[in-house]
Ligand binder design. Structure first.
Ligand SMILES: Cc1cc2nc3c(=O)[nH]c(=O)nc-3n(C[C@H](O)[C@H](O)[C@H](O)COP(=O)(O)O)c2cc1C
Length: 397
């Protein structure tokens, strides 16, 4: 085994966990939770990620409450789900990997058709995709959502998860409080960064108090939103420090705002035609077909596209920082680790090659790499995420 593999394949700690190597499967919505529950497909998807050698796999977006969903095929945390989740975590752990779950709430871009009521937001805000205006959260709503995050974490632990990943980025509810673009509140939850941080920090503090000092609380956050008037790196640095102080175990700096700049977190081709084809809601089909190219921008893919800004987070905190964004090869992983990051999270390259880590261990990686066609993103709404290029061949214009 050469030095490169040694570095990637050495163990590292997050909270009370010792991960066997430095590679974690990123939370990538699977689209395999029909009716909000666990399916055999979801279990098999994560079992394969675990068997492929990743140290931990992240079950993607699970809402902390029923009203935090944008799609009917998203899970939400509830008592009845625990036995199903246990069968998922046990299958992952049987392959010698840890199981993490991403917990969030999508706030103002929740679907009225799915949740049966108006969406909640930091402020009253229009959402073009949904053609809806969110209800500004009252003090009682804020307290309820904080409790939902805490309870969802407790249930995740009961279901056997080794870690939770709190979604505080990508324009989801916590991010909507942090971003000046969506938070126009005049009370103690809006205005200054200190005020915009209040709701996120109350959540982290509440979870930490409930789970004790060592349980791994990972936080995915934004480096920048990529929108005029949105969050920028200077504030992200302060947010990272505050998350550490309040009890985060590790940070995952990313970018983008799902309702405005969804492809900023991904880069690469915009699979608009495939996305239209896979939408089940006629309203979403229509909005995408009419406004898709106008409101969803394409961003050129470059290697390790978050590296420069993410390093600024790494230098101001002492907890592990997990690099995410644009990793395709073992050389990319190595560069991220050499740049000081403690771990990496990988999305598309692991969807493309579940055995990415095993291939590194066998020195047989990089034979055929992800082409960032992003058709996996469209696939998640068409029955379940998979690498389309691997099945039909690489994307050709
Ligand atoms: C199909 C797909 C679904 C995704 N779903 C989520 C999600 O549910 N939550 C999240 O935080 N990020 C999601 N992402 C973003 C990834 O976690 C990651 O930030 C992004 O893909 C960049 O990493 P990569 O270059 O390794 O793919 C998704 C990405 C893909 C490709």
């Amino acid at each position: 085994m050469d030095n490169k593999a040694n570095n990637i394949l050495t163990s590292g700690n997050i909270g009370n966990l010792v991960l066997k190597n430095r590679i974690i499967k990123a939370g990538c919505f699977e689209g395999m939770s029909q009716n909000g529950g666990v399916t055999p497909e979801l279990i098999e998807h994560h079992r394969k990620m675990a068997a492929g050698g990743t140290a931990m796999t992240t079950v993607a977006y699970c809402s902390v409450s029923k009203d935090g969903r944008a799609y009917g095929h998203e899970m939400w945390m509830r008592k009845e789900l625990i036995p199903e989740l246990k069968s998922l975590t046990s299958k992952i752990q049987a392959e010698a990997a840890y199981a993490s779950i991403q917990l969030g709430h999508c706030g103002y871009f929740a679907s009225k058709q799915v949740i049966g009521k108006r969406s909640l937001g930091a402020s009253s805000k229009f959402n073009l995709f949904r053609m809806s205006i969110a209800k500004k959260m009252k003090a009682t709503d804020i307290q309820e959502k904080i409790t939902d995050f805490i309870n969802a974490t407790s249930m995740a632990i009961e279901a056997g998860f080794d870690a939770v990943e709190i979604h505080a980025g990508h324009g989801y509810l916590i991010s909507q409080f942090l971003s000046p673009y969506t938070n126009n509140r005049k009370d103690e939850y809006g205005g200054s960064l200190e005020n915009r941080l209040r709701f996120p920090l109350e959540i982290i503090k509440g979870i930490r108090k409930k789970v004790g000092t060592d349980f791994p609380i990972l936080i995915k956050m934004n480096l920048y939103d990529g929108i005029k008037g949105g969050l920028e790196i200077n504030e992200a640095i302060e947010i990272a420090k505050a998350f550490e102080t309040e009890g985060a175990s590790a940070l995952i700096p990313s970018s983008g705002f799902t309702s405005k700049t969804p492809f900023l977190m991904l880069r690469g081709r915009l699979p608009i035609f495939e996305m239209v084809a896979n939408q089940s809601s006629w309203l979403m089909k229509l909005s995408l077909a009419l406004f898709g190219k106008l409101i969803v921008q394409e961003y050129t893919y470059t290697r390790l596209f978050h590296l420069k800004e993410a390093k600024k987070i790494k230098t101001v905190v002492n907890i592990p920082v997990i690099y995410i964004g644009g990793i395709k090869t073992s050389e990319d992983v190595e560069e991220a680790l050499q740049s000081g990051f403690d771990f990496v999270q990988i999305g598309r390259a692991l969807i493309h090659d579940n055995n990415f880590v095993n291939h590194i261990a066998q020195n047989s990686s990089n034979l055929n790499i992800c082409d960032t066609c992003n058709r996996c993103v469209a696939a998640m709404d068409g029955g379940g995420v998979y690498c389309v290029s691997k099945v039909t061949g690489n994307y050709v214009e």
